[in-house]
Design a protein around this ligand. Structure first.
Ligand code: BG6
Length: 478
C-alpha cells in the first residue's frame, strides 16, 4: 500500500467562490465581490461599486453560508479526513481596519469547524484566498502598501487565538505566486490601478506588484512565527500555483527560456517561504525589470524566522515553452503556453497531464525536502444533470484516477506527500471566468451562471467513486 496511513484525503474550496452570504452577518465587501461574471472568452470586469445590470457571481456563490451543515455531512459521507476552506477576512474585519473583530463572523466559523470535527474532519484553513476587504484596495491600493502587513497580522492573531483548539493546518496565502504575473495584481494583491476595468487585462505596475509580494512574504513570515507561539502544534504552509512548463524542444534556447519561466513563475515565492530567503536569480530579474524592493531593517531575519512547515500547491495542467513565436498557443491556470502535442486539453483548454504531477512532486521534494500537499487538482467541465438528478461524470473520474496513480508513484519514488484535496469538491464559482458552469465537484449544486436554481445538492457518479478511493486509502481506483 503506497498511501501512508493517516493520508489526508479531502477536498478544497475558498470562501469567495463557495460561501456566498456576501453581505450577511456583518461581512464587508471583499475584492472578489467587485468582480462581474465572464466566460471563457469574455473577461470578468472589476467595478469599484456595484453597477445595475451587471451580475456578481461571488455574492451568492454556492451558498455554503446557508448550506454548511448539509455540505459537511456530504463530505463526511465521502469519508473526508480534511476539508480545505478559507476564512473571508472581511467577515472578521469588514473593512480590515477595525479595532474589534465581527463576533458574528467568528461565530459562523466556530460552527463550521465544530461541524467538521463532528464529521471526523480536520479543517485546513487558507487565511487569504483571493480576497481582502475591498476597503483596503480603496484606501491603500491593497498590498502595494506595507500597512496591510499589520492589518493581516492582527487578523491572524484573532483567528489563531479563537480557533487554536479547532484548527491545526493553515495556509497563509493562496497561490501567492500569482503576484509574479499581471493577473495577480488584483487577484492576489488587491491592487487596482487607475484605468483598470478588465480582470484579464489590468493596468500593470510590476514595481507595485513585486513590492506587494514582499509585503505578503513579510506578513506570511510574521503569521508563521505568531501561529507557532500561540500553538506550537500548528502546521502552517505556503500555497503555490504550480505551473509546470516543459521546453517545447531540446533546442538549448527553449530549455533556458523554460528554466527562467519556472524560476520566476514557480520557485521565486516558494523559495522565500520555505528557505527563508530570496533565491539568487531574484536580483537579476529585479534589475532587468527595474524593480527596487524596499526592505526594512529586520526583514531578512524575519523571512528566516518565519519559514513554513510544509509546502502546498495547486496542480491542474502543464504547458510548453518555446522561443519559436509561430507555434500554437494554449490556455491554462493563470498562464498559457505552447500546446503540447502529446496531451489532451479540458473544455477550457487546460492540458491534462498526470505524469507531470509525478514529475512536479519529485522536483519539489528534491528542492525543499519538506512535506508536500496537493491542495488543488481537478477537471473543470460542463456537467449535465440527467433524469433522477444524476450526473454521469466519468471524465472527471478518469482525470482524478490518473492523477492519484501518479501521486502514488511519486510516493513510491520517495516523496513525502501528506494530503490531497481536489478543487471545488462541491461545485463552486470559477475564479477565472466567474462561471458556475465550469464544475469541479463530486456534488452538483443546482445553480446556473446567474445564480438561478434551487441550490439543491446532488451526488455525481464521482461522489461514490471518491468515497471508495478514500475508504481503501487509494487502493481501489475502479
Ligand atoms: C486556482 C485557484 O487558481 O484554480 C482557485 O486557487 C480556482 O481559486 C482554481 O478556482 C481553478 O480555476 P478556475 O479558474 O477554473 O476557477
Amino acid at each position: 500500500m503506497s498511501f501512508p496511513k493517516g493520508f489526508l484525503w479531502g477536498g478544497a474550496t475558498a470562501a469567495n467562490q463557495y460561501e456566498g452570504g456576501w453581505n450577511e452577518g456583518g461581512k464587508g465587501p471583499s475584492t472578489a465581490d467587485m468582480l462581474t461574471n465572464g466566460t471563457h472568452t469574455t473577461p470578468r470586469k472589476i467595478t469599484r461599486t456595484w453597477e445595475d445590470g451587471l451580475y456578481y457571481p461571488n455574492h451568492i456563490a454556492s451558498d455554503f453560508y446557508h448550506h454548511y451543515k448539509e455540505d459537511i455531512a456530504l463530505m463526511g459521507e465521502m469519508g473526508f479526513k480534511v476539508f480545505r476552506m478559507s476564512i473571508a477576512w472581511s467577515r472578521i474585519f469588514p473593512k480590515g481596519i477595525e479595532e474589534e473583530p465581527n463576533e458574528e463572523g467568528l461565530r459562523f466559523y466556530d460552527e463550521v469547524f465544530d461541524e467538521l470535527h463532528k464529521q471526523g474532519m480536520e479543517p485546513l484553513v487558507t487565511i487569504s484566498h483571493y480576497e481582502s476587504p475591498f476597503y483596503l484596495t480603496e484606501k491603500y491600493n491593497g498590498w502595494a502598501s506595507r500597512e496591510l502587513v499589520d492589518l493581516y497580522v492582527k487578523y491572524c492573531n484573532v483567528i489563531f487565538n479563537r480557533y487554536k483548539d479547532k484548527v491545526k493546518y493553515w495556509l497563509t496565502f493562496n497561490e501567492i505566486n500569482c503576484g509574479t504575473m499581471p493577473l495577480g495584481g488584483y487577484l492576489g494583491l488587491g491592487i487596482l490601478n487607475e484605468g483598470t476595468t478588465d480582470f484579464m487585462n489590468q493596468k500593470d505596475d510590476p514595481q507595485l506588484r513585486f513590492q506587494g509580494l514582499h509585503h505578503q512574504f513579510i506578513a506570511s513570515a510574521k503569521a508563521v512565527k505568531l501561529g507557532h507561539e500561540i500553538n506550537p502544534d500548528f502546521k502552517i504552509g505556503c500555497m503555490i500555483a504550480f505551473m509546470t512548463s516543459y521546453p517545447y524542444s531540446c533546442n538549448p534556447k527553449d530549455v533556458l527560456k523554460c528554466q527562467k519561466e519556472m524560476q520566476m513563475g514557480n520557485y521565486y515565492c516558494g523559495d522565500v517561504q520555505v528557505r527563508g530567503e530570496y533565491p539568487y536569480f531574484a536580483k537579476q530579474y529585479w534589475k532587468e525589470n527595474n524593480i527596487q524592493i524596499q526592505m526594512e531593517e529586520g526583514d531578512e531575519a524575519l523571512l528566516k524566522e518565519g519559514k513554513v512547515d510544509f509546502y502546498s500547491f495547486s496542480y491542474y495542467m502543464t504547458n510548453c515553452v518555446s522561443t519559436d513565436p509561430n507555434l500554437e498557443g494554449i490556455g491554462g491556470n493563470l498562464i498559457g503556453g505552447v500546446k503540447n502535442p502529446y496531451l489532451k486539453a479540458s473544455d477550457w483548454g487546460w492540458q491534462i497531464d498526470p505524469d507531470g504531477l509525478r514529475y512536479t512532486l519529485n522536483e519539489l521534494y528534491a528542492r525543499y525536502q519538506v512535506p508536500l500537499m496537493v491542495v488543488e487538482n481537478g477537471l473543470g467541465a460542463f456537467d449535465k444533470l440527467e433524469e433522477g438528478n444524476k450526473v454521469h461524470d466519468s471524465y472527471r473520474i478518469d482525470y482524478l484516477r490518473e492523477h492519484i496513480k501518479c501521486m502514488e508513484e511519486a510516493i513510491e519514488d520517495g516523496v513525502d506527500l501528506i494530503g490531497y484535496t481536489p478543487w471545488g469538491c462541491i461545485d463552486l464559482v470559477s475564479a477565472s471566468t466567474g462561471e458556475m458552469g465550469k464544475r469541479y465537484g463530486f456534488v452538483y449544486v443546482d445553480s446556473d451562471d446567474y445564480g438561478n436554481g434551487s441550490f439543491n445538492r446532488y451526488k455525481k457518479d464521482s461522489f461514490t467513486w471518491y468515497k471508495k478511493v478514500i475508504a481503501s486509502n487509494g487502493e481501489n481506483l475502479e
